[in-house]
Ligand binder design. Structure first.
Ligand SMILES: [Mn+2]
Length: 304
């Protein structure tokens, strides 16, 4: 893991740093925090140009890199590193030098960075997960989210077992009620009872978003910020604010926190670089608009 990382660093430095292209920078509000993930630098799919535009025009106190920043899986197969991708890295390093606190929470595609928890490189702090406190005092747990794949896989197996168990309980139910009738007891549906209980349990963990939100709640936070499934979202899940900052492969989305603590999902269309579509969300209110209400929910590990 560490060897992989050491091998990558000199390659980053082989390029000339274009460090002085800040001409269009700082046109907007100085945000309190920005959360971006799933950049997948090192793959042709990465929307590096749009990403650079976004970073340049959005200064912030803190910038969270919420995993899958560099795609180590793809780079190991085939080296792909255009200068534009290097520009993104240089831009981030420059931002850190200028006083922006940059916190890097690695994901599964950049798991080689997980060997560096507690370390810094170029002023960028590498941590397993983070807690962000908003201006109005809400606590958000920041994690990439891939660790919940296991929860969902496990839930599938439980669902499969649950189905077989249901068949079994139907048979058991027949015998049980046969004997209950003999003893003069009224009919009681064991299978309906169990089905109700099992379904409730399955629905609870059967969905990535709910699993992540549940874990955030268990840890005592009011919300969670994650990525991984490339599906930007901000909604309340059982009293927890679930935020997914999306990706920079398809949707070009980021989660930002304004100075007053208001959180917002920004959609950054690559062709219209300066017209961000917004979704406003106050922690105490429902979303104003829904950004991607109908995308599939299941995690595809090879894509995420
Ligand atoms: Mn991922």
């Amino acid at each position: 893991m560490r060897a992989d990382f050491d091998a990558l660093l000199p390659r980053f430095n082989n390029f000339t740093a274009r460090d002085n292209d800040d001409s269009v920078e700082h046109s907007g509000e100085h945000l309190r925090a920005i959360f971006i993930s799933d950049l997948h630098l090192g793959t042709p799919g990465c929307q590096a140009r749009a990403l650079l535009d976004f970073i340049k025009t959005h200064p912030s106190d803190t910038l969270y890199l919420v995993g899958d920043i560099v795609d180590g899986w793809q780079l190991r197969r085939r080296w792909y590193w255009p200068e534009l991708h290097n520009d993104v890295v240089q831009k981030l390093l420059r931002r850190a030098r200028k006083g922006c606190r940059i916190i890097y929470v690695p994901g599964n595609h950049d798991e080689f960075v997980r060997g560096f928890f507690g370390h810094q490189f170029g002023g960028i702090e590498v941590v397993d997960d983070a807690v962000h406190i908003t201006a109005d005092g809400k606590s958000l747990w920041v994690t990439h989210g891939d660790r919940f794949d296991a929860v969902i896989q496990c839930a599938k197996w439980l669902a499969y077992l649950g189905d077989n168990m249901y068949e079994f309980t139907l048979r058991l139910n027949r015998h049980l009620n046969h004997w209950r009738a003999k003893w003069g007891l009224p009919y009681w549906s064991l299978s309906a009872y169990l089905k109700h209980r099992v379904k409730k349990a399955m629905m609870y963990v059967n969905d990535f978003e709910e699993a992540v939100a549940h874990e955030a709640k268990r840890r005592g936070h009011q919300g969670v910020v994650c990525g991984h499934i490339h599906r930007a979202e901000m909604r309340d899940i059982q009293g927890v604010l679930y935020c997914n900052d999306g990706d920079w492969v398809e949707s070009c989305t980021a989660l930002v926190e304004h100075r007053n603590g208001q959180l917002e999902l920004l959609h950054w269309p690559s062709g219209h670089a300066h017209q961000a579509k917004t979704q406003a969300f106050d922690l105490d209110r429902q979303p104003v608009t829904v950004l991607s209400p109908t995308s599939p929910k299941l995690v595809l590990p090879n894509l995420c």
